[in-house]
Design a binder for this molecule. Structure first.
Ligand code: ZN
Length: 243
């Protein structure tokens, strides 16, 4: 296989009335169908370590796909994890370490909806059940608007906050809004992350830069045919997907 795929999800559930960007919500029924499709179509669901192994040529699993959830919304508990757990699929949730147990303060006004975030009890419980957690800053700023100590606090701070609560190393990072630049990447490397994920659309290829990894977003508008297309045929371009 010449490529790997990292799928990006946000909410599994139904968008509340009046919510902007309802496309961020995938219905529980559609999600269940998508996960079953991955299984029957012969993809190998790998943890993020498996994506790095693919990039470096150390892994030769069949059709590697990794599953990521951005922001750590509470609907992961009821609508995603039971399905993933039953199928035995590894998954990584990128949490906003300074907002755990709270709400999406960073975009609630824009989205016109307040969304509950997982609390630490749930995060630790899910970690014990096999969920991987990774960092998505402390407060979900656009990192290209920060520098120096403010940037360091978001990138180093979220790693240490998560590591302290989880009692284990946190190796992966995800850029809020997909915003990053050279200074961001340098800081992410200095903090000790092994790789970082963007919102740039596309597959992962061998020898890709591990600090600019592309993903493929799944949205409410991604019907079964579009889902299959993204997995089997889509190669990706340079266009950025909306948050
Ligand atoms: Zn985010």
């Amino acid at each position: 296989m010449d490529r790997a795929i990292v799928l990006m999800y946000h909410n599994i559930g139904r968008p509340p009335k009046g919510a902007r960007l309802p496309g961020l919500y995938v219905s529980p029924e559609a999600f269940h169908l998508q996960m079953r499709y991955l299984r029957v179509a012969g993809f190998t669901i790998v943890p993020l370590d498996g994506i790095l192994d693919f990039i470096s040529g150390q892994s030769h699993v069949k059709r590697p796909v990794a599953l990521t959830f951005d922001d750590g919304f509470q609907d992961f508990s009821d609508n995603a994890w039971p399905v993933l757990r039953a199928l035995g699929f590894p998954v990584t949730v990128f949490v906003v370490a300074g907002r755990v147990g709270g709400e999406n303060l960073w975009d609630c006004e824009y989205l016109n909806v307040r969304k509950k975030l997982l609390d630490w009890d749930a995060i630790v419980r899910f970690k014990d059940e096999g969920v991987s957690f990774a960092a998505h800053t402390m407060t979900h700023p656009s990192l290209t608007s920060l520098s120096g100590e403010a940037l360091r606090g978001e990138i180093f701070g979220s790693k240490s906050a998560l590591e302290e609560r989880l009692g284990m190393g946190v190796d992966y990072f995800c850029y809020p809004y997909g915003d990053y630049n050279e200074e961001t990447i340098d800081m992410v490397k200095a903090a000790g992350y092994k790789a970082a994920f963007t919102t740039r659309k596309g597959c992962v290829f061998k020898a890709d830069n591990p600090y600019e990894l592309k993903r493929i977003s799944v949205k409410s508008t991604t019907g079964p045919l579009a889902f299959a297309y993204k997995l089997h045929l889509y190669k990706g371009g340079s266009a950025r997907c909306p948050k």
